[in-house]
Design a protein around this ligand. Structure first.
Ligand code: SIN
Length: 277
């Protein structure tokens, strides 16, 4: 069956049909999906009851897989991050963020599978960082060009939450020691499309090096707020066994935490990426 693609929002997002992601796909399908990912920035697939092994195998067709140093992972398959949120383990991804920008080589992509969902709520939004950049005025683009920003793991993973018992404390301290703050350009060029995109996010970006603390705070507050402009986003209303596959180099996402005390369980595979420029 041929792959069918239907765009779902103006800035980003397309539904892809005609593939069974449980199967080992031919290289031609993987190449086509890689191109669609760059074009649409986030791809959605319905009815994909993948096992963790099948999800990891699909993700590994696009690169090596990242193992999260702090967030829970499946013990039997640490390449799959377990986002299992409920009143005993509160969601913390209800802010605009790009995954793992505390790394010198942040991920190329995230692949998220919905396993258990609340009756209502728990949608995820993605925002296009290239559409955001292109929406800025020319003087603002010139101002941002050449600036660099610091990204820190501790901003989204504070010790108060992630190092509060002996087992998590040891893992946390190792992760923080291994991931000192890193610097990335504020405006990033996509390595495949060549499109420029804003590369700061509320989750991990702490300050812009070249500005004074007050200037940095004001500029970042303005830039962080832009990600949520509805016309730059797509919102996905999950069904169990949906998969979202996003280009982490050019998007931010926000998981709406409006479902407690219900439970929401997601599995994420994360594909390693390159150094931003
Ligand atoms: C994530 O923040 O990577 C996961 C988003 C979600 O749970 O919808």
């Amino acid at each position: 069956m041929a792959i069918q693609v239907r765009r779902v929002a103006r800035a980003l997002g397309a539904v892809v049909e005609g593939l069974d992601l449980r199967q080992e796909l031919p290289e031609s399908d993987i190449e086509q999906l890689g191109k669609l990912l760059v074009e649409h920035q986030v791809l959605f697939f319905r009815d994909q009851p993948v096992t963790p092994q099948q999800q990891a195998r699909f993700a590994a067709r696009f690169g090596t897989l990242h193992i999260h140093p702090i967030y829970p992972v499946l013990p039997e398959l640490p390449e799959i991050m377990l986002i299992d949120t409920h009143p005993g383990f509160l969601p913390d991804n209800d802010n605009w963020h790009t995954d793992v920008t505390f790394s010198t080589t942040p991920p190329l992509a995230g692949i998220l599978a919905a396993k258990q969902l609340p009756a209502t709520g728990g949608d995820t939004l993605w925002s296009s960082s290239s559409a955001l950049y292109e929406s800025l005025s020319e003087p603002m683009k010139r101002f941002l060009e050449g600036l660099t920003a610091q990204h820190s793991v501790a901003k989204s993973f504070p010790a108060e939450r992630w190092a509060n018992d002996p087992a998590t404390k040891a893992r946390y301290e190792r992760a923080v020691a291994k991931h000192p703050p890193v610097t990335h350009p504020v405006v990033r060029t996509h390595p495949v499309s060549g499109r420029k995109g804003l590369f700061v996010n509320e989750g991990f970006t702490t300050h812009i090096h070249e500005l004074s603390p007050g200037e940095s705070q004001a500029v970042l507050a303005f830039l962080f707020a832009q990600a949520g402009r509805p016309e730059l986003t797509v919102r996905w209303n999950w069904k169990v066994n949906d998969i979202a596959f996003w280009d982490n180099r050019v998007t931010q996402h926000y998981a709406i935490a409006d479902y407690l005390p219900e439970r929401r369980t997601m599995h994420r595979a994360t594909v390693n990426g390159d150094k931003p420029y």
